[in-house]
Design a binder for this molecule. Structure first.
Ligand code: NAG
Ligand code: NAG
Ligand code: NAG
Ligand code: NAG
Ligand code: NAG
Ligand code: NAG
Ligand code: NAG
Ligand code: NAG
Ligand code: NAG
Ligand code: NAG
Ligand code: NAG
Ligand code: NAG
Ligand code: CU
Length: 587
């Protein structure tokens, strides 16, 4: 299926540039996660100031066999998941990305605020044109006031299925965690696996206008685990009794929110989306695509083997989904590798009660270093409906969606169309005719959003954005609709962490704001909007640029469930976006 495309494999060759690069290479081992910590030079540099860290990412082909079917997938530096990036808060990060594959590529540093450095954010046709085959682009950004687990992934078509990895921000050198120091830290990348080229799966669905083939497996650090036929194995975490472990969990899957648990071990949630939380215990967690979460546990159970397990949370009754369970193995030192691991107990696939309760437990942890500054007043109030829709098929053609149309998705009844140049360039250089700033602030035709849907499901199409003055306090209510189906949509905003000040089921009413949490709401970059419900979020528009907001279910993103905010420059010099780097890719 890859025709005669030239595969350029770039083997990893020792320390080329610096000691840092060398450390990064060691740290990427997912087989020996112990090394992640041992090789990380914590405390070995100047106490407060950040340093500059260089990384090199080669996007290449990589052969793997996961469920007895050999596949040529696209990944970074011949690794899957890709290299883990370790940095400290305050560091400047320089990553040279070179594309050796036939697909256009761009990489998003998911959750990084990118203050004034929108050119390094990564979504294709939003902040940059893609890096074409044979080209390079150097991403350049500084980590400001963020600490915890984030990740990086391709931000074009469905390539992020295999082009992804962890991005771990350690506290400033010498600074402690606001929780008990773990003995070991382990990235856990949850993924979704197809026995087919994922680009073909996406292209087929978009061509027919119908649903894509569901995935064949879920994976944990690249491995599906023993519950699948013909599995390539499991990720094994060796533990020592009495020690404490910090799992840095990332949902890198494309289209499924996931439950996750460790058999017989209670998890203590301490951080979400690189913001610290008031610690709370849970037997399992819910994590949407795009979200990240750090959880602590103690190896305090009888010697043996225990499953670490993950399977989907699905909110559309009757819709097909990948109803399988990926597992990794928690192995106590000295236990027999042949003993059967204890099965983990996970919530049912449709356990919305658990999902709601879990999300309600997340609260920000105010500290002197990270005060929780929730906007108490609102300058701009937005109300966006999010949900499915229909787009017409080509003239005289019948598509596989409802009434012969194609499945689509929309924000305030506008299904987003990416332009053929980057929005940020168009904004910065004042190019006309690329986008408009007239996305309605609220639905033009209000209806009972979660009741009987209107009969006409056809959405408008367009590249319509919202213009926000620098420094404005924005309140945004995201309202799920019942068009075609109510569904939990994980909405991701680039360039900001937002406060989740309220949520509920049914239709949002203005009086619901009396119950908003303006004290310690969760701070996130991605939030699951309840199926048939709403989320209210607030953020201060203190980062000039063009910031994408989209559903992190890749399918809905492809269908148009997205928009972008243009945050204007402020008056002072440090409130303006920087000029583009000279190697910014061209369209
Ligand atoms: C992948 O496998 C194919 C066929 O077996 C082979 O031709 C190709 O060189 C391999 N590519 C890499 C990067 O190893
Ligand atoms: C990336 O590719 C270049 C060119 O082939 C090579 O010199 C370099 O060592 C590669 N870097 C990594 C990290 O693999
Ligand atoms: C990165 O950006 C900063 C400005 O924020 C600039 O001073 C520096 O030279 C850039 N570095 C590279 C390698 O592009
Ligand atoms: C999707 O599934 C159908 C039915 O099993 C199969 O014929 C088709 O080839 C699959 N598409 C892709 C891109 O793998
Ligand atoms: C694990 O937990 C289950 C359910 O609570 C319990 O029945 C079982 O004995 C535990 N297994 C071990 C090895 O502790
Ligand atoms: C999911 O799979 C399990 C076990 O294979 C089965 O018992 C259950 O009915 C399935 N659920 C759905 C919704 O398909
Ligand atoms: C979950 O699905 C099962 C069928 O697999 C059904 O019996 C049950 O009522 C559903 N629960 C909820 C909360 O919808
Ligand atoms: C669609 O079909 C009608 C009637 O058969 C025909 O007149 C028209 O030219 C067709 N349009 C296209 C774009 O093929
Ligand atoms: C919207 O529809 C739901 C479900 O049919 C119904 O319970 C609710 O009362 C309706 N709300 C309004 C404001 O009409
Ligand atoms: C969406 O826009 C189309 C075209 O203007 C209109 O016909 C339709 O009623 C709108 N749908 C909703 C849900 O607002
Ligand atoms: C709630 O909204 C009303 C306007 O609808 C506004 O006057 C009031 O200040 C808001 N309250 C909060 C807590 O934001
Ligand atoms: C890659 O991106 C360029 C610039 O936008 C575009 O012209 C070209 O068609 C794209 N190539 C592929 C294979 O999508
Ligand atoms: Cu969605």
């Amino acid at each position: 299926m890859w025709g005669c495309a030239v595969a350029v494999a770039v083997p990893f060759r020792g320390s080329i540039r610096s000691r840092l690069l060398y450390n990064m290479q060691i740290a990427v081992s997912v087989i020996l996660p112990v090394l992640v910590l041992l090789s990380f030079p914590l405390g070995s540099h100047a106490k407060h100031a950040g340093i500059t860290r260089h990384f090199e990412f080669n996007v290449t082909y990589h052969n793997v066999s996961t469920l007895c079917k050999s596949q040529k997938l696209v990944s970074v530096n011949g690794q899957f998941p890709g290299p883990t990036i370790h940095v400290n808060e305050g560091d400047q990060v320089i990553i040279k990305v070179t594309n050796f594959v036939k697909y256009n590529v761009s990489i998003h540093w998911h959750g990084i605020r990118q203050i004034r450095s929108g050119w390094a954010d990564g979504p294709a046709y939003v902040t940059q044109c893609p890096i074409q085959q044979g080209q390079s682009y150097t991403y350049n950004f500084t980590i400001v006031s963020q600490s915890g687990t984030l990740w990086w992934h391709a931000h074009i078509t469905w390539l992020r299925a295999t082009v992804n990895g962890a991005l771990i921000i350690h506290p400033k050198r010498g600074a402690p965690y606001p929780f008990q120091k773990p003995d070991k830290e382990v990235p856990i990348v949850l993924g979704e696996w197809w026995n087919a080229n994922v680009e073909d799966v996406a292209a087929q669905a978009l061509a027919t206008g119908g649903l894509p083939n569901i995935s064949d497996a879920f994976i944990i650090n690249g491995k599906p685990g023993p519950l699948y036929k013909c599995s390539s194995g499991a990720f094994v975490l060796d533990v020592i009794p009495g020690k404490k472990y910090l799992l840095r969990i990332i949902n890198a899957g494309l289209n499924n929110e996931m439950f996750f648990a460790v058999a017989n071990h209670t998890l203590l949630v301490v951080e979400t989306d690189a913001t610290y939380t008031k610690p709370f215990q849970s037997s399992a967690i819910l994590i949407t695509p795009g979200q990240t979460m750090s959880v602590l546990f103690e190896a305090n159970q009888p010697q043996g083997q225990y499953f670490i397990a993950t399977r989907p949370y699905s909110t559309v009754p009757g819709a097909p989904f990948d109803n399988t369970t990926a597992t990794a193995i928690l192995k106590y030192k000295g236990s027999s590798a042949s003993s059967t691991p204890v099965m983990a107990s996970l919530p049912d696939f449709n356990d919305t009660g658990f999902a709601t309760k879990f999300d309600n437990n997340v609260r920000s942890l105010p500290t002197p270093q990270y005060p929780v500054n929730v906007p108490q007043t609102v300058d701009r109030s937005l109300f966006f409906t999010i949900g499915l829709a229909v787009k017409p098929c080509a003239p005289n053609k019948t598509c596989a969606g409802p009434n012969g149309g194609r499945l689509a998705a929309a924000v305030n009844n506008v299904s987003f169309v990416l332009p053929s140049v980057a929005l940020l360039q168009a904004h910065f250089f004042n190019m006309k005719g690329v986008f408009t700033t007239d996305l309605p602030d609220r639905p033009v035709i209000p209806f009972n959003f979660t009741g009987q849907p209107p009969r006409n499901l056809v959405a408008k199409v367009g590249t319509r954005l919202s213009l926000i003055p620098y420094g404005a306090n924005v309140q945004l209510v995201l309202q799920d609709t019942s068009l075609l189906a109510t569904e939990n949509h994980p909405i991701h905003l680039h360039g900001f962490n937002f406060f989740v000040v309220g949520k509920g089921f049914g239709n949002f009413k203005p009086s619901d704001n009396s119950s908003f949490n303006l004290v310690d709401p969760p701070q996130r970059n991605t939030v699951g909007v309840p199926a048939g419900g709403w989320i209210a979020l607030r953020f201060k528009a203190d980062n000039p640029g063009v910031w994408f907001m989209h559903c992190h279910l890749e399918l809905h993103n492809s269908w148009g469930l997205e928009t972008a905010f243009i945050v204007q420059n402020g008056k002072r010099p440090l409130e303006k976006i920087l000029p583009p780097p000279s190697d910014l890719p061209k369209c």
